[in-house]
Design a protein around this ligand. Sequence first.
Ligand code: UD1
Ligand code: MG
Length: 458
Amino acid sequence: MPGDFTVLIMAAGKGTRMRSPVPKVLHPVCGKPMVEWVIDAAREAGAGAVVCITRPGDGVAEGLPESVTVAEQRAGEGTGAAILAAREGGPAEGPVLVLSGDHPLLSAELIGRLMDTHGRERAAATLLTTEELDPAGYGRIIRTADGSVERIVETKYTEGLSSEELATREINIGTYAFESSELWSALDEIGEERGEIYLTGVFGILREHGRRVISHLTTDVSSAMGVNTRADLMEVDRIAVRRILDHHAREGVTFLGPDSTRIEAGVTVGADTTVWPGVTLRGGTTIGAGCEIGPQTTITDSALGDGVKAVHSFLCEATVEAGASLGPFAYLRPGAQIGAGAKIGTFVEIKNSNIGSGAKVPHLSYMGDADVGENSNIGAGNITANYDGRRKHRTTIGDDVKSGVDTSFVAPVSVGDGAYTGAGSVIAEDVPDGALGISRSEQANVEGYAERKEKPPE
Ligand code: UD1
Ligand code: MG
């Protein structure tokens, strides 16, 4: 039943073991903040309101999507104190899902199954548990003789715990469904332990009041992976990358080197595209269908049309239309717009420039702040002198232009349609349509020079 449960995400833990000025839950996992994975999974599972619990001034609220409500944990320590902070804005009754902001791999499917179990069994509380992990340090599920959940025993500190409690393998993952009214009244009765209010204390209380507490056992270990250190982050990121590649592969993308390929969460890739080893696709990049990307190509926040080839290239905030070819060793900087079927070749850098459809910049050139028309051919080693030391100026090159090798365009300057430039020219004056612009000193040949030079002195 989509939209009929509220989600409370606990994200006010200290996260000091990350050793970072960035709050733990905002560290990116495959390009998306950790807590946003949790939010997205909840939404995909059909959540209504999403409330995220943060600490005043910890910077987490600023990093959240606008659709999320923030509740500040101003008082108390522990997961129980976190949930109490959401009481005022939270639902008085109806189902509520409690998640941890540092469990980014929890899947929407598993949330769905947990909510189904909870609804079907009409439970006061349903907790997600697993027997697949090393239980050390986790809350353990203690059951009664008839098999129902009796309480949770925290095992971070082991003194005073019985051997049966410590032998229990089933652990609390920290993901729960509650009937809200039951949650709030049980929380009212909880005391402090070691200076903290443990949310897990509510299960024993509910049980004592004769309420139904059940568990949903899962073998999905990744859903239980909490991030406390950068080592945990690295492991979670590795799994997230592979999930993303699997998703694209199922949608028709071929990966020839998946272990050296990284695609971030916000990237789209069209069907029948082939991704070679050493490729990184970042941010909001979109790749069309039938492209050949890589080997060794990094693309950030760029849009590529269908049938584009990009070999050993580096792109950032560039647009490349269908059928264009890039590299090897092309560098496209912000504002590079490459038209359909154009070719940007080897050791070519393009910045804030439009390269017309069918145009070619094949070798060793820099086009900065330039407009190159359709089907023009830029000779090897052409450079736009776009910066006069204070300001940037544009170079305009028309359609069907053929520039000679080693032409410098001293901007602002324009070259008309169908014009030519002579090899080695410094073009500082406009060239009319169809003209040849040439500017270089005349060649003089000094006859007999070598013989004179090489003659031994007398
Ligand atoms: C918790 C559970 C434990 C379970 C484990 C699973 C409790 C008491 N124990 O332990 O049974 O096996 O998760 O990973 O709940 N948080 C706040 N405010 C706080 C403290 C924590 O918002 O004052 C948030 C954290 O950011 C985190 C979540 O609550 O997202 C869990 O807190 P954490 O300290 O990691 O609890 P654990 O000791 O791991
Ligand atoms: Mg934890």
